[in-house]
Design a protein around this ligand. Structure first.
Ligand code: GLY
Length: 358
């Protein structure tokens, strides 16, 4: 069975990405016979839906299958949850020749990937991505990690999976709002590197997106991480919308969900891009229209000063300037000479913010 995509990595062979393949077909295709123990890690929701069928498939491939789950939710993507999972694996006698099978959305993939990155100094893992956000973002690129009270994803490691399944068959079971949040990342990928993807999103029905949209979006991510696995430069373009998006999340005590915050963060940053790099008004208007069409509603008003407080406390802020990765037009990112990120003065950010939230 041919994968839909392959992701080249700096060490070892490229890993395959399958899209829409049945889990029972995917697992035997990618399973390495040296993996004698399988450890399934999923959150409470996905484990209830898929745990038994994944365990049945793995039972035919490995000598033992350990199923672990944790309470669903971003608030549980913590060092404490990681420790509990690791302790359960140690007590069950899981050895280095195991494979961790992460099943779920971004939280489960990031957390299980981080367990795999550090358990006995690193074991193999596979991603079965069930949410749209997980499929187009977290499953690919090897970023793993947990949140801390000081911020999101502050503790983690790069650890590439051995294989990825974008389980698009699961999308029809997701609440509509989750799909909208995932679509925000698809819009980001379109702006970063794929005008045809934006055309497709503009004309897609508001239901689960087609496999083609998921794949086109994943393809942008693969193209970027293939050229910059460790975020030394180009990978920063994937942060478009996230400088402002993360600040909206933090300034509202994470009451605004990530996808909604990134959508409106993209609008503010595209407004900055118009001012700084002459992004055409028509491109900005397309981003505004597609966000509206996807039902990514404007978050409740938040004073700009709360965002600037967040940035000023951030160690990455230098001399009152924050860094944003900005497009010059849809499909083309700016400022390669500066490592694909542009220093922006607080005053300029305030103007863009007020322009969007007036
Ligand atoms: N989510 C952005 C990245 O993987 O670099």
């Amino acid at each position: 069975m041919k994968p839909s995509l392959e992701v080249p990595v700096s060490e070892g062979s490229p890993y395959p990405v399958y899209c829409g393949t049945a889990i029972e077909q995917f697992l035997p295709t990618v399973w390495d016979r040296d993996w004698r123990q399988a450890v399934i890690i999923g959150d409470s929701k996905t484990s209830a839906l898929l745990g038994a069928s994944v365990a049945r498939s793995l039972g035919r491939l490995a000598d033992s299958v350990l199923t672990l789950s944790f309470s669903a939710g971003e608030q549980n993507k913590t060092r404490q949850t990681k420790e509990a999972l690791e302790d359960a694996m140690l007590q069950a006698g899981v050895e280095r020749g195991c494979c961790v099978v992460a099943v779920g959305g971004g939280v489960a993939l990031d957390l299980a990937g981080f367990v795999a990155a550090t358990y006995l100094r690193g074991v193999a893992h596979i991603h079965i991505a069930t949410s749209l956000l997980g499929q187009v973002d977290a499953a690919i690129g090897g970023k793993t990690g947990v949140n801390t009270p000081c911020g999101k994803n502050l503790i983690g490691a790069f650890h590439n999976p051995r294989a990825v399944l974008l389980a698009t068959q699961c999308l029809s079971t997701l609440p509509e709002v989750e799909l909208r949040y995932g679509m925000a990342e698809c819009v980001k990928h379109a702006v970063v590197g794929s005008p045809p993807l934006l055309d497709a999103i503009e004309s897609c029905p508001p239901d689960p997106p087609s496999d083609s949209i998921v794949l086109q979006s994943a393809r942008v991510k693969v193209a970027v991480v293939a050229r910059d696995e460790r975020e030394q430069g180009l990978r920063r373009v994937l942060n478009f919308g996230h400088t402002v998006g993360h600040a909206i999340e933090a300034a509202t005590g994470y009451l605004v969900p990530h996808g909604q915050a990134v959508a409106w963060g993209m609008l503010v940053e595209a407004t900055l891009a118009r001012e700084r790099f002459g992004m055409p008004e028509t491109d900005l208007e397309r981003i505004r229209a597609v966000i509206g069409r996807l039902g990514l509603r404007r978050p409740a008003p938040c004073p700009f000063d709360r965002l600037s407080d967040h940035w000023l406390k951030d160690k990455k802020t230098q001399q009152g300037q924050v860094h944003c990765s900005l497009p010059c037009r849809i499909g083309v990112m700016a400022d390669q000479a500066n490592g694909w990120r542009t220093p922006v003065r607080m005053q300029m950010l305030r103007r863009a913010w007020e322009d969007v939230f007036k």
